[in-house]
Design a protein around this ligand. Structure first.
Ligand code: OSB
Ligand code: MG
Length: 386
C-alpha cells in the first residue's frame, strides 16, 4: 500500500438548513452543523472527513467549537508532516489527547479518504483491506430512516406514510416520556407490519421500567438507548425484563465499552457511530467484536453531510453490518448537499456505493463556502472563532 505525507489540514465549519428537523428527547437544532476536514497530501491529493457535531453539548459532550479547539490546537499539530502507511496509525498519534472522539474521528476520516484515494481504492474496499479475508463489501447498504418527534400523532403518521411511499423499509421514531405508548399504539394500528424501532436518546430511568416493558406488545425491532447516556450497568438490569432488544447508542464510546456491555448483557444490538467511538479504526475493532459474537450491528448517523455519509455508507456495506443503517437519501437531509452526486434510495431500501476512489462523492467548493458563511452569520458564539 502507498503511504502519504500530510502537508496541510484545513477546517471548514458549516451550517446547512435541514429539509426536515430531527426533534429528539433533548430538542432540535435549527441547522445541521459540522466541521468539514480537508487533508492535503503530497501532490495536492485531498481527503475529506466530517466532524459531525451540534452547537450544544446534547447528544454528546462535544460541540463544533470544542472540537474546533481540540482539532486545531492539539490534533492537527500531531498529524501535519507525518508520513502514514495506514489511517490505523492515527489513533496512536492522538493518544495523549483524551476523549473528544468526534474531533479525532473527523480528522481520521479525512486520512482514510486520502489514503484510499492514494491507493486508487473505494473506501469500502479499503476498509475491507484492513479486515480479515471474507469481508469484501456488498455493492449497496441496507438503510432506514430516522423521524423526529412531531407536534401531533396525525403529522407523525403522515410522515411515516411519506417515508414508506419513498421506499424506506425500516422506520425509526424518536420517543420521550409522554410520547411513547400512545405513539407506538397509533403507529402499529395504522402500520401493523412495518419494521419499526424507537430511539429514546436516554430519556428514561429504571423507574420507568414498567412503561418500557409495555412497549413489548408493539413488536419493535429494538429500542435504542432508553437509559442514561453514560450508563451500561442499568441497561443490563433492564434488558432481562424486556422482550424488545435494547440497542445501545450514546453509552458505547469504544470497543472497551462494547466488550463490557456484551459481558453484562446490557444490550443485544449495537448502533455503531464511527464518529462517537473516535473513528473508523476503533469502528473496525468493534465490527470484529460484533462479528465474533454474532451481535446484530448497524451504522448510526448524525445527519451527516454527503462527506460523512459517504464514509458511513462504505462502512455499512461491510458484510457483518446486518441491520438497516441510519443513512438516508440526500433528499431526507439537504437541498442541496455540499457533495455531488446525491445519494438516492434504491429498491429494497438500499443505497448503492458510489464508484469512485475514496468516499466516491465530490465536495462542491461553492456550496461549502456558502455553508461556511451561513455558519458565521448564524453562529451565536462567533467571537470565539475568528
Ligand atoms: O440518536 O441516533 C441518534 C441524529 C443526531 C444525533 C443523534 C441521533 C441522530 C439520528 C439521525 O437518529 C440518524 C441520521 O443521521 O439519519
Ligand atoms: Mg440514537
Amino acid at each position: 500500500m502507498k503511504s502519504v505525507t500530510i502537508k496541510e489540514i484545513k477546517l471548514h465549519i458549516v451550517a446547512l438548513p435541514l429539509v426536515e428537523l430531527l426533534k429528539t428527547s433533548f430538542g432540535a437544532e435549527p441547522f445541521k452543523t459540522a466541521i468539514i476536514v480537508e487533508a492535503i497530501g503530497e501532490g495536492g491529493l485531498t481527503g475529506w472527513g466530517e466532524t459531525a457535531l451540534k452547537t450544544k453539548p446534547s447528544y454528546g459532550a462535544e460541540t463544533v467549537l470544542t472540537a474546533l479547539h481540540v482539532t486545531r490546537d492539539f490534533l492537527i499539530p500531531e498529524l501535519v508532516g507525518q508520513t502514514l502507511r495506514s489511517p490505523t496509525e492515527v489513533p496512536a498519534m492522538f493518544k495523549t489527547v483524551r476523549g473528544n472522539h468526534h474531533a479525532r474521528a473527523g480528522l481520521e476520516a479525512a486520512i482514510w479518504d486520502l489514503l484510499a484515494k492514494a491507493n486508487g481504492m473505494r473506501l469500502a474496499d479499503y476498509f475491507a483491506a484492513h479486515l480479515p479475508a471474507g469481508n469484501a463489501p456488498r455493492e449497496s447498504a441496507q438503510v432506514g430512516v430516522s423521524i423526529g418527534i412531531q407536534d401531533t400523532l396525525d403529522a407523525q403518521l403522515a410522515l411515516i406514510q411519506k417515508r414508506l411511499d419513498e421506499g424506506y423499509g425500516r422506520i425509526k421514531l424518536k420517543i420521550a416520556p409522554g410520547w411513547d405508548l400512545e405513539l407506538a399504539r397509533a403507529v402499529r394500528d395504522r402500520f401493523p407490519d412495518i419494521l419499526l424501532m424507537l430511539d429514546a436518546n436516554s430519556a428514561y430511568t429504571l423507574n420507568d421500567a414498567e412503561r418500557l416493558k409495555a412497549l413489548d406488545q408493539f413488536d419493535l425491532l429494538m429500542i435504542e438507548q432508553p437509559l442514561a447516556y453514560d450508563d451500561i450497568y442499568e441497561h443490563s438490569q433492564l434488558q432481562p425484563h424486556l422482550k424488545t432488544p435494547i440497542c445501545l447508542d450514546e453509552s458505547i464510546t469504544s470497543a472497551h465499552d462494547w466488550r463490557i456491555a456484551l459481558r453484562l448483557g446490557a444490550g443485544r444490538i449495537l448502533n455503531l457511530k464511527p464518529t462517537r467511538v473516535g473513528g473508523y479504526t476503533e469502528s473496525l475493532e468493534i465490527y470484529q467484536l460484533c462479528q465474533q459474537n454474532a451481535t446484530p450491528l448497524w451504522i448510526g448517523g448524525m445527519l451527516e453531510t454527503g462527506i460523512g455519509r459517504a464514509a458511513n455508507l462504505a462502512f455499512a456495506a461491510l458484510p457483518a453490518v446486518d441491520l438497516p443503517s441510519d443513512i438516508s437519501a440526500t433528499s431526507r437531509y439537504f437541498d442541496p448537499d455540499i457533495t455531488e452526486p446525491p445519494f438516492e434510495l434504491a429498491p429494497g431500501s438500499t443505497i448503492r456505493l458510489p464508484e469512485g476512489p475514496g468516499i466516491g462523492v465530490e465536495a462542491q467548493r461553492e456550496r461549502l463556502a456558502e455553508a461556511e458563511s451561513r455558519w458565521r452569520e448564524h453562529n451565536p458564539f462567533a467571537p470565539l472563532w475568528s
